[in-house]
Design a binder for this molecule. Sequence first.
Ligand code: 5U1
Length: 681
Amino acid sequence: MSLESPAAELSLDAAAERAAILHKQLHHHAWRYYSLDDPEIPDAEYDRLFAELQQIEAQHPSLLSEDSPTQRVGAAPLEAFDQVQHSIPMLSLNNAFADADIEAFDKRVREGLELPETESVAYFVEPKLDGLAVSLRYENGVLVQAATRGDGQTGENITTNVKTIPSVPLRLQGSGWPAVLEVRGEVYMPLEGFDAFNKAAAAKGEKTLVNPRNGAAGSLRQLDSRITASRPLAIYCYSVGEASDGPIASSHSASLERLADWGLRICPLGKAVTGANGLLDYYQFLGNERSRLDYDIDGVVYKVDRFDQQRELGFVARAPRWAIAHKFPAQEELTELLDVEFQVGRTGALTPVARLKPVFVGGVTVSNATLHNMDEVVRKDIHIGDTVIVRRAGDVIPEVARSVVERRPADAKPVELPSHCPVCESHVERVEGEAVARCTGGLVCAAQRKEALKHFASRKALDIDGLGDKLVEQMVDDGLVKSPADLFALELAQVASLERMAEKSGQNLLNALQAAKTTTLPRFLFALGIREVGEATAAALANHYGDLGSVMAADQESLQTVPDVGPVVAKHIAEFFAEPRNQTVVDALLAQGINWPAIEKRAPEEQPLSGKTYVITGTLESMSRSDAKAALQALGAKVAGSVSKKTDGLVAGEAAGSKLTKAEELGVPVLDEAWLMAQIS
Ligand code: 5U1
């Protein structure tokens, strides 16, 4: 296709000629993009062609036709939808749930066709999309009408809405289509579009869509098609209704190929199979694929492929004898919310968990489902006693999608965040603006014990040589250690009995524990695992208050006068020490002989390195750069990220790079690790 540039003002004839070219180009590129997922031109080029056609149509309104690609943007709102009589009824399908139903279906088909035992039936199988069935009527290749299924005989005229769906061709391409062609298919909302739409709606505080099927159905029922145009919708076509010249092919599979040639979008997962085994194998295959698809499906449709055989089998009531829907287990079900309990995670986060009246959903019986956090509980307006929709898609953890507020009983109770941890009874803290609530009993809470102990023993905390994560986990699992102070009461026989430990390694560990008892106040404060108190904050606290008692006694206001401590961190620190269980742990540690050299408390300007600025670079042997930074800050120095003329010294470890070169150029003193250690000591 040639890409011509727009003309400013054209005569009617020239405009008509150009508009025809643009129609063709835009239809072609929309088909490449939306139906084939294989665009030939960049989006910007498509937009330019589109704008050019809009301009021509604005200048010459007589050129505006029903099938113009510009007509996808929606039109002025309707008062109501007109009714449409389907010339050939839109059928429904009988449903099957068990493999035995499918074997019986195949048997009925073979009997109906009087096939010998040895002959298998040729079927065509395809996903059953969870969207809204529509019929598209093309006259002389132009889309003239789109309708909902309604009751199968009469539907609603939703032409203006359907025209906004990019993968619905407004004009058929190629050749050979009958003068009247009515195509049936499913309009759906791709999951990616659904998620994006809901994210944007939630961010604007607007109503979110309940699920993709409701999203598709609701979008098509808008009287204002401009709203439909803003919704991410797509179509897959799956059959032919009226065709003015008779059947367009001799089989279902061949008819889908013809529809595809005419630019209609066909699901690429359709497949020809034979016999009941072929049907069931495909069901298995699609069941496994289901969670990876970009659209919701609720089953598989099996169809006898040959049209002559379809005709022979005919219909019962409103459903064909030659087709059946094999449903997947529902991914959403209704049940009753019996209670909400709170689980404590290893970091202390409290997660509300719904206790449900057991319900079969997504192929399993679900009696618990996550409610994520309190913000979600409030957003979904969930009360205990409510009827709720439980969703389990694929292997995803079951969740409560929402409450059915209309069915709320009078005695339903709001969900309340507990004030105390259900595991250790320490009080629960919820920082304003944060979704997660947490237990403050980090050191004593059984749920958090392992993580708290790993942190306590880690290199930057008490640095207990040989006490790795695996050993901590074993000690907790065996009930040897509940709180950090228990570590220091361990006996050789207990330690030596642990996996991969023996007398010698056990003794080494006890020696390491003994050595770790002498530490520093910053390390001790850091080891306590107070939320958001890293090494630098621990050092600043030690330096500011000088002793542990003063840190523990400080109120939030005072804590905020410590360098780098804001209101949130001050709250964490004050709440940690206000918790009697944490005080008990600190006392027990001191009783075990944990000690540190006294800090000589000085006014900021009296600190040995106050007023000095240092930069640290390269790898230090005895400590990390962040430890070194905290140590220098504790001595009153500032630690900057880059070297300048104002830098008082560059502490350079191994493999120092450009900062060292810059310091040498500027004549900034280069200091080694020995200097640093001397300052600290
Ligand atoms: N994929 C697909 N869905 N679906 C729904 N094919 C299909 N065919 C249907 C329906 C109602 O009916 C035909 C058997 C006419």
